[in-house]
Design a protein around this ligand. Structure first.
Ligand code: MN3
Length: 250
Protein backbone atom coordinates (compact mmCIF):
# COMPACT_ATOMS: atom_id res chain seq x y z
CA UNK A 1 0.00 0.00 0.00
CA UNK A 2 2.67 2.48 1.00
CA UNK A 3 5.39 1.79 -1.50
CA UNK A 4 7.89 4.60 -1.90
CA UNK A 5 6.67 5.03 -5.45
CA UNK A 6 3.32 6.18 -4.10
CA UNK A 7 4.76 9.66 -3.64
CA UNK A 8 5.18 10.10 -7.34
CA UNK A 9 1.70 8.74 -8.02
CA UNK A 10 0.27 10.80 -5.21
CA UNK A 11 1.71 14.03 -6.50
CA UNK A 12 1.75 13.25 -10.18
CA UNK A 13 -0.96 15.70 -11.17
CA UNK A 14 -0.37 18.17 -8.38
CA UNK A 15 3.17 18.62 -9.64
CA UNK A 16 4.72 21.63 -8.02
CA UNK A 17 1.58 22.47 -6.07
CA UNK A 18 1.97 22.18 -2.34
CA UNK A 19 1.19 18.87 -0.73
CA UNK A 20 -1.40 20.55 1.45
CA UNK A 21 -3.02 21.97 -1.63
CA UNK A 22 -3.05 18.59 -3.32
CA UNK A 23 -4.60 16.99 -0.27
CA UNK A 24 -7.18 19.66 0.34
CA UNK A 25 -8.14 20.18 -3.28
CA UNK A 26 -7.96 16.53 -4.22
CA UNK A 27 -5.91 17.23 -7.31
CA UNK A 28 -3.37 14.50 -6.75
CA UNK A 29 -5.23 11.80 -8.66
CA UNK A 30 -7.58 13.39 -11.11
CA UNK A 31 -9.17 10.70 -13.25
CA UNK A 32 -8.87 7.96 -10.65
CA UNK A 33 -11.18 8.92 -7.84
CA UNK A 34 -11.13 5.68 -5.88
CA UNK A 35 -7.38 5.34 -6.13
CA UNK A 36 -6.93 8.91 -4.92
CA UNK A 37 -9.14 8.32 -1.91
CA UNK A 38 -7.15 5.25 -1.04
CA UNK A 39 -3.90 7.18 -1.08
CA UNK A 40 -5.19 9.96 1.14
CA UNK A 41 -6.54 7.41 3.59
CA UNK A 42 -3.16 5.71 3.71
CA UNK A 43 -1.76 8.71 5.56
CA UNK A 44 -3.72 7.54 8.60
CA UNK A 45 -3.80 3.81 7.87
CA UNK A 46 -6.93 1.82 8.63
CA UNK A 47 -8.87 4.62 10.30
CA UNK A 48 -12.04 4.44 8.21
CA UNK A 49 -14.14 1.61 6.80
CA UNK A 50 -15.74 1.47 3.40
CA UNK A 51 -19.01 2.81 4.82
CA UNK A 52 -17.29 5.92 6.14
CA UNK A 53 -17.60 4.84 9.77
CA UNK A 54 -14.42 4.87 11.80
CA UNK A 55 -13.05 1.41 12.46
CA UNK A 56 -10.47 -0.28 14.65
CA UNK A 57 -7.76 -1.57 12.31
CA UNK A 58 -6.15 -4.88 13.30
CA UNK A 59 -2.57 -4.74 14.51
CA UNK A 60 -0.14 -5.32 11.62
CA UNK A 61 1.69 -7.95 13.75
CA UNK A 62 0.97 -10.39 16.58
CA UNK A 63 0.14 -9.01 20.04
CA UNK A 64 3.44 -10.36 21.38
CA UNK A 65 5.60 -9.19 18.45
CA UNK A 66 6.96 -6.19 20.36
CA UNK A 67 7.27 -7.95 23.72
CA UNK A 68 10.93 -7.11 24.15
CA UNK A 69 9.78 -3.50 24.56
CA UNK A 70 5.98 -3.64 25.02
CA UNK A 71 4.42 -6.71 26.66
CA UNK A 72 1.58 -8.71 25.12
CA UNK A 73 -1.03 -7.89 27.78
CA UNK A 74 -0.42 -4.16 27.37
CA UNK A 75 -0.80 -4.49 23.60
CA UNK A 76 -4.07 -6.40 23.95
CA UNK A 77 -5.61 -3.96 26.41
CA UNK A 78 -4.27 -0.93 24.60
CA UNK A 79 -5.47 -1.94 21.15
CA UNK A 80 -8.68 -3.85 21.92
CA UNK A 81 -9.98 -1.66 24.77
CA UNK A 82 -8.39 1.78 24.79
CA UNK A 83 -8.09 2.38 21.06
CA UNK A 84 -11.48 0.81 20.44
CA UNK A 85 -12.95 3.23 22.96
CA UNK A 86 -11.73 6.16 20.89
CA UNK A 87 -13.23 4.67 17.73
CA UNK A 88 -16.60 4.26 19.45
CA UNK A 89 -16.37 7.72 20.97
CA UNK A 90 -15.60 9.35 17.64
CA UNK A 91 -18.46 7.59 15.85
CA UNK A 92 -20.80 8.52 18.71
CA UNK A 93 -19.73 12.17 18.56
CA UNK A 94 -20.27 12.33 14.81
CA UNK A 95 -23.70 10.70 15.12
CA UNK A 96 -24.69 13.17 17.83
CA UNK A 97 -23.46 16.07 15.70
CA UNK A 98 -25.51 14.81 12.75
CA UNK A 99 -28.56 14.62 15.01
CA UNK A 100 -27.92 18.15 16.23
CA UNK A 101 -27.90 19.36 12.63
CA UNK A 102 -31.14 17.49 11.92
CA UNK A 103 -32.96 18.88 14.94
CA UNK A 104 -31.29 22.26 15.01
CA UNK A 105 -30.55 21.70 18.70
CA UNK A 106 -26.92 22.68 19.24
CA UNK A 107 -27.23 22.90 23.02
CA UNK A 108 -24.43 20.34 23.49
CA UNK A 109 -22.12 21.72 20.82
CA UNK A 110 -19.25 22.50 23.20
CA UNK A 111 -19.36 19.02 24.72
CA UNK A 112 -19.68 17.29 21.35
CA UNK A 113 -16.89 19.34 19.79
CA UNK A 114 -14.57 18.36 22.63
CA UNK A 115 -15.49 14.69 22.23
CA UNK A 116 -14.97 14.89 18.48
CA UNK A 117 -11.49 16.38 18.91
CA UNK A 118 -10.42 14.07 21.75
CA UNK A 119 -11.63 10.80 20.26
CA UNK A 120 -10.71 11.74 16.70
CA UNK A 121 -7.17 12.73 17.58
CA UNK A 122 -6.88 9.60 19.76
CA UNK A 123 -8.06 7.32 16.97
CA UNK A 124 -5.82 8.82 14.31
CA UNK A 125 -2.68 8.83 16.43
CA UNK A 126 -3.18 5.21 17.49
CA UNK A 127 -3.57 4.16 13.84
CA UNK A 128 -0.18 5.70 13.09
CA UNK A 129 1.34 4.40 16.34
CA UNK A 130 0.64 0.71 15.58
CA UNK A 131 1.97 1.05 12.05
CA UNK A 132 5.10 2.95 13.00
CA UNK A 133 6.28 0.06 15.18
CA UNK A 134 7.69 -3.36 14.23
CA UNK A 135 9.31 -6.33 15.91
CA UNK A 136 12.90 -5.61 16.98
CA UNK A 137 15.31 -6.01 14.09
CA UNK A 138 12.64 -5.77 11.39
CA UNK A 139 11.94 -2.04 11.15
CA UNK A 140 14.68 -1.14 8.69
CA UNK A 141 16.27 2.28 8.52
CA UNK A 142 15.10 5.72 7.36
CA UNK A 143 15.04 6.03 3.57
CA UNK A 144 17.65 8.28 1.97
CA UNK A 145 14.91 10.85 1.42
CA UNK A 146 13.80 10.83 5.06
CA UNK A 147 17.36 10.70 6.39
CA UNK A 148 18.21 13.82 4.36
CA UNK A 149 15.14 15.64 5.69
CA UNK A 150 16.00 14.70 9.27
CA UNK A 151 19.52 16.03 8.78
CA UNK A 152 18.19 19.26 7.25
CA UNK A 153 15.56 19.93 9.90
CA UNK A 154 17.24 18.59 13.06
CA UNK A 155 20.97 18.64 12.29
CA UNK A 156 21.42 14.89 12.68
CA UNK A 157 19.48 11.69 13.29
CA UNK A 158 20.76 11.56 16.87
CA UNK A 159 19.60 15.12 17.51
CA UNK A 160 16.13 14.28 16.21
CA UNK A 161 15.94 11.20 18.44
CA UNK A 162 17.15 13.20 21.44
CA UNK A 163 14.52 15.89 20.76
CA UNK A 164 11.76 13.28 20.23
CA UNK A 165 12.74 11.39 23.39
CA UNK A 166 12.99 14.48 25.59
CA UNK A 167 9.62 15.77 24.42
CA UNK A 168 8.04 12.34 25.00
CA UNK A 169 9.46 11.92 28.50
CA UNK A 170 8.36 15.38 29.59
CA UNK A 171 4.72 15.31 28.50
CA UNK A 172 2.71 16.59 31.45
CA UNK A 173 0.27 13.82 32.31
CA UNK A 174 -1.06 11.86 29.33
CA UNK A 175 0.04 12.50 25.78
CA UNK A 176 2.34 11.76 22.88
CA UNK A 177 5.67 12.50 21.31
CA UNK A 178 5.17 13.03 17.58
CA UNK A 179 7.50 13.34 14.59
CA UNK A 180 5.36 14.95 11.93
CA UNK A 181 5.47 16.56 8.53
CA UNK A 182 4.40 20.18 8.68
CA UNK A 183 2.84 21.09 5.37
CA UNK A 184 3.06 24.87 5.86
CA UNK A 185 6.85 24.86 5.99
CA UNK A 186 7.38 21.53 4.23
CA UNK A 187 9.53 20.45 7.14
CA UNK A 188 9.72 17.85 9.86
CA UNK A 189 8.77 18.86 13.37
CA UNK A 190 8.66 17.19 16.77
CA UNK A 191 5.53 17.96 18.77
CA UNK A 192 4.60 17.15 22.34
CA UNK A 193 0.85 16.53 22.48
CA UNK A 194 -1.18 16.57 25.69
CA UNK A 195 -4.05 14.09 25.79
CA UNK A 196 -4.38 13.51 22.04
CA UNK A 197 -5.54 16.82 20.71
CA UNK A 198 -3.70 19.59 22.55
CA UNK A 199 -0.44 21.37 21.68
CA UNK A 200 -0.51 20.73 17.96
CA UNK A 201 -0.23 22.87 14.85
CA UNK A 202 -2.55 22.62 11.88
CA UNK A 203 -1.51 20.77 8.73
CA UNK A 204 0.61 18.18 10.52
CA UNK A 205 0.81 14.64 9.15
CA UNK A 206 2.02 12.35 11.95
CA UNK A 207 4.81 10.09 10.71
CA UNK A 208 6.03 8.50 13.94
CA UNK A 209 4.49 8.76 17.37
CA UNK A 210 4.93 7.29 20.82
CA UNK A 211 2.00 6.98 23.19
CA UNK A 212 3.10 8.01 26.69
CA UNK A 213 -0.25 7.59 28.40
CA UNK A 214 0.30 5.26 31.37
CA UNK A 215 -1.88 2.64 29.68
CA UNK A 216 0.85 2.31 27.04
CA UNK A 217 3.60 1.17 29.41
CA UNK A 218 2.59 0.87 33.05
CA UNK A 219 2.33 -2.94 33.32
CA UNK A 220 5.97 -3.42 32.26
CA UNK A 221 7.61 -0.17 33.29
CA UNK A 222 5.39 1.07 36.14
CA UNK A 223 6.29 4.73 36.73
CA UNK A 224 9.49 4.56 34.66
CA UNK A 225 8.28 6.30 31.54
CA UNK A 226 11.85 7.27 30.63
CA UNK A 227 12.87 3.60 30.40
CA UNK A 228 9.99 2.92 28.01
CA UNK A 229 10.86 5.94 25.87
CA UNK A 230 14.53 4.93 25.76
CA UNK A 231 13.63 1.38 24.66
CA UNK A 232 11.22 2.61 21.97
CA UNK A 233 13.80 3.13 19.15
CA UNK A 234 14.30 -0.68 19.05
CA UNK A 235 10.78 -1.09 17.65
CA UNK A 236 10.49 1.87 15.29
CA UNK A 237 9.33 0.78 11.84
CA UNK A 238 11.46 3.15 9.79
CA UNK A 239 10.27 1.55 6.57
CA UNK A 240 6.70 2.49 7.42
CA UNK A 241 7.68 5.97 8.59
CA UNK A 242 9.72 6.53 5.42
CA UNK A 243 6.86 5.40 3.20
CA UNK A 244 4.41 7.75 4.89
CA UNK A 245 6.93 10.57 4.52
CA UNK A 246 7.33 9.77 0.82
CA UNK A 247 3.58 10.23 0.37
CA UNK A 248 3.66 13.83 1.54
CA UNK A 249 7.14 15.18 0.87
CA UNK A 250 8.48 16.75 -2.27
MN1 MN3 B 1 -3.10 4.92 23.93
Amino acid sequence: MNEPTSRREFLAVGGAATVAGSLLLGTAHAGDEEHKKGRVRDLIPGAVGEDGKYTLPPLPYAYDALSEVIDEQTMRLHHDKHHNGYVKGLNAAEEALAKARETGDFGNIDHLSRKQAFHGAGHFLHCVFWNSMAAPGTGGAPSDQLAAAIKKDFGSHDAMVAHFSAASKKVEGSGWGILGFQAAGEKLVVLQAMNHQLLTQWGIVPLLCIDVWEHAYYLKYQNKRAAYVEAFPKIINWTNVSNRYAMVAH
